[in-house]
Ligand binder design. Structure first.
Ligand code: MG
Length: 265
C-alpha cells in the first residue's frame, strides 16, 4: 500500500472511530436503557436546561454529628490502592492526582456535603479535562464534570447517575467557581439475592435539586447497562474518581442517616 493510501485509510478509520465514540451529539452503539428511548451515553438525548443558581455554590459547615472527610488540612480520612492517600492539598482544597482515593471508613445510607470545582483556564471538552466523580459504596457514581459551557452526553453531565440518568437540569457554575453538592444516598435492600429496593439518590447541586430520590439501575458502568449483583455489602467506603484531571474538592463531610424512632442518648 502506498503512503497516500495508508494515510487515507487511517483518516477513514479515525473518522469511523470518532463517529462511534461516545460524546455530545453522537448516538453510540451502546445498550438500550430501560424505560427511555435512549442508549447508554446517548449524545442525542435532550440536554438538560440551564439553571443559574442564585449565588453559586452553597457552603454548609459540618453539623455536630458529621464525619469530616476533608476540612482543608489533611487527608487522614483517605487511602488508596497504594495504602496512602495520593491527592494533594493546596489552599484548603484537595486536588485529584495519581489515583482514585477511598475513605478508610465504610458507610451505608448517608448525607454528604462537598464543594468542587474545575480549575479556571483548563481546556475542557466533553468528558475530557474536567472529570471526576463521587462513588457511593465505591459503586454508584454521581458525576462531577465541568459542564457550564461544555456539552457532553447528558447521562455523563454533572449531577448525573453516570451512564443512567441525566440531571433534571444543569446548575453548574462557570469553570473556576465552586459548585456544591448535597447528596442523600440510600443503598439497595436485598432479600437473599433479590433486590427489594434499588439504591437511591437525591442530589442538590448549588441549591438546585437535580436528582429526586432517583433509583440506580445497578452499580455504575461505562458503555454497559448497569444491573445489580447477586450479593451486596451493607456498607462500603466512598471513593473519589481520578480521571486524569486536577479537579478540586473542599469541605467534605457526611452524616450516616440512622433509623427513625431511636432514643436520644
Ligand atoms: Mg466521572
Amino acid at each position: 500500500m502506498k503512503a497516500t493510501q495508508i494515510f487515507a485509510l487511517s483518516g477513514i478509520l479515525g473518522l469511523i472511530s470518532y463517529v462511534l465514540a461516545d460524546g455530545f451529539g453522537v448516538k453510540p452503539n451502546n445498550p438500550q436503557l430501560p424505560g427511555v428511548p435512549y442508549v447508554v451515553h446517548d449524545g442525542t438525548r435532550p440536554q438538560p436546561r440551564m439553571v443559574t443558581p442564585g449565588g453559586g455554590g452553597v457552603v454548609v459547615k459540618a453539623p455536630s454529628d458529621a464525619t469530616v472527610l476533608f476540612d482543608g488540612k489533611n487527608l487522614d480520612a483517605w487511602t488508596s490502592k497504594s495504602g496512602l492517600p495520593t491527592w494533594e492539598i493546596k489552599d484548603g482544597a484537595m486536588i485529584a492526582a495519581k489515583s482514585e482515593m477511598t475513605t478508610k471508613e465504610s458507610f451505608g445510607a448517608i448525607q454528604l456535603h462537598t464543594e468542587w470545582r474545575c480549575p479556571a483556564g483548563r481546556k475542557v471538552q466533553d468528558q475530557g479535562g474536567g472529570n471526576s466523580g463521587i462513588f457511593f459504596m465505591g459503586l454508584y457514581e454521581i458525576q462531577v464534570l465541568e459542564c457550564h459551557e461544555n456539552k457532553t452526553y447528558p447521562d455523563g453531565q454533572a449531577g448525573s447517575l453516570y451512564g443512567q440518568t441525566p440531571p433534571l437540569c444543569n446548575a453548574t457554575v462557570p469553570q473556576g467557581e465552586w459548585n456544591s453538592y448535597d447528596i442523600i444516598f440510600t443503598p439497595p435492600v436485598y432479600d437473599g439475592e433479590i433486590v427489594k429496593e434499588p439504591a437511591r439518590v437525591t442530589v442538590i447541586h448549588n441549591g438546585v435539586v437535580v436528582q429526586n430520590s432517583r433509583a440506580f439501575l445497578g452499580p455504575t458502568q461505562h458503555k454497559k447497562l448497569a444491573t445489580y449483583p447477586k450479593t451486596h455489602p451493607l456498607t462500603a467506603p466512598i471513593s473519589l474518581q481520578f480521571h486524569g484531571d486536577p479537579m478540586e474538592y473542599r469541605n467534605m463531610w457526611i452524616r450516616p442517616l440512622g433509623e427513625y424512632d431511636q432514643q436520644a442518648k
